[in-house]
Every structure is written in C-alpha cells, then in structure tokens.
Write a protein that binds this ligand. Structure first.
Ligand code: ZN
Length: 226
C-alpha cells in the first residue's frame, strides 16, 4: 500500500511538478505540495520575527499582530495568489510560519475564540471561499480555540480596501459594513479577529467596533500582512 501511495505521488509530481508558491522554484520529485522552499520559509520566518507586533493605538483593537508588513515578499505574493488566483491551498503552506509566530506572540493564553472578518455573500460566491476564514481556521487549529464564522456578517458589498488610496476613504468605505450575524459571545470571551491584510486597519477596527457593541471587551487583531 505504501509503495502504491508513493508511486501515485511520484506520478502526480511528474505530471504537476511541485513548485514553491512563493518563488516558483522546483521543489523536487518527492516533495509534498503546499509547502515553501527553504529560502521562502526562512525569509518569511525572519520577517515574522522582526515584526512580532505593533500597537494600533486606536480604539477597538488592543494590538494588531501580523506575520509581516504588506509589500514584503514572499508574504505579499502568497496572499495575492490565495485571493486572486483562488489558490486556497497556499494557506496550508503558511502553517509552519503561523505556528511559530503564534507561539512567539503567546496568543494561546491571550484569546478564547477566533472570529474571521466575513466576506459579502456575493464576493464569497465569486471567489468560492473566504480567505480570512481559512486563515482563521488555521489559526484556531494551531491555538486550539473555536472559530466562529457566524458572529459577524457583511451587510454592504464594499469596494476592495486596496483600491482606495487614503486611510480616510478606507474608513468611510467600511463604515456600517458589518453587523452581528446571530451568534452571541460571552462578554468575557477574548476574541482574536482575523483578516488577510490590514494596511490601515480600518476593516478590523470596524469589526472590532461591532464586537464591542455586542459586549466583547477584549479584541486582538491578526492579519497575515499589516
Ligand atoms: Zn520559494
């Protein structure tokens, strides 16, 4: 059985050569898919180490954690491939970096539940998945915390934040865009709010405002890039 499995893997890898999703380098005939080459993995880990957290200094979120600044590679390329090339499996390639980062940030003892930023149903249909929810599920599994996709919902289909230049316009774009989706949280539950990108933090802050209105007292933000 083991021989058959490895034969299948070799055949698949021959037909679809496994390439690093970060830099397209060939990973070798025996490589597992959904993993980064050693260079990309090291690059990501180095950025994550230096970028452990930054304070938002704004109402709603206590701290905003991220793996690295938006614009650094291979992080940004990986996020783009997940979002715009519909390669949801790349989230799995980020798990080693996520695990390492979440342990260093000591988030396991700091939060009780993970809440991903919701997508509008229309965008969810066209993309096929909510990348924030996939990242949230990976984070929840690493931390051993429940992931609730039914706490928040998106009420308005907003323009992509990346298409708006100024932070003021981004804030206005997401104002009133989110509301409660049905599940209520215990006010003592500390929430980790998860998104893929948070450059101005306006989306996370708006979600944090809604959670605050629902009685949640402690909200920490996490995005892959910020
Ligand atoms: Zn690579």
């Amino acid at each position: 059985m083991k021989e058959i499995k490895s034969f299948f893997k070799l055949t698949l890898n021959f037909l679809f050569p496994p390439l690093c999703p970060g830099c397209e380098v060939y990973l070798g005939i025996k490589a597992d898919p959904a993993r980064l080459c050693p260079d990309c993995a090291a690059g990501l880990a180095a950025v994550a180490r230096e970028h452990l957290f930054r304070e938002t200094g704004r109402a709603g979120l206590e701290v905003l954690y991220s793996l690295g600044p938006y614009g650094t590679e291979p992080l940004t390329r990986l996020i783009h491939k997940i979002k715009y090339e519909q390669k949801d499996w790349i989230v799995d390639a980020l798990i080693p970096a996520l695990r390492d980062f979440l342990a260093k940030a000591r988030l396991q003892d700091a939060v009780d539940a993970v809440v991903p930023v919701p997508l509008h149903p229309r965008r969810l249909r066209s993309r096929g998945f909510n990348q924030a929810e996939l990242i949230g599920r990976a984070v929840g599994e690493i931390l051993g915390k429940p992931v609730y996709g039914d706490v928040l919902k998106r009420l308005k289909s907003t323009r992509p934040q990346m298409s708006l230049a100024q932070s003021q316009r981004r804030k206005e774009n997401v104002k009133g865009a989110f509301g409660p989706a049905g599940r209520t949280l215990n006010p003592d539950q500390r929430v980790l709010l998860v998104d893929d990108v948070a450059t101005t933090g306006a989306t996370l802050q708006e979600c944090g405002r809604v959670l605050g209105g629902m009685g949640v007292k402690k909200i920490i933000g996490f995005a892959l890039a910020a």
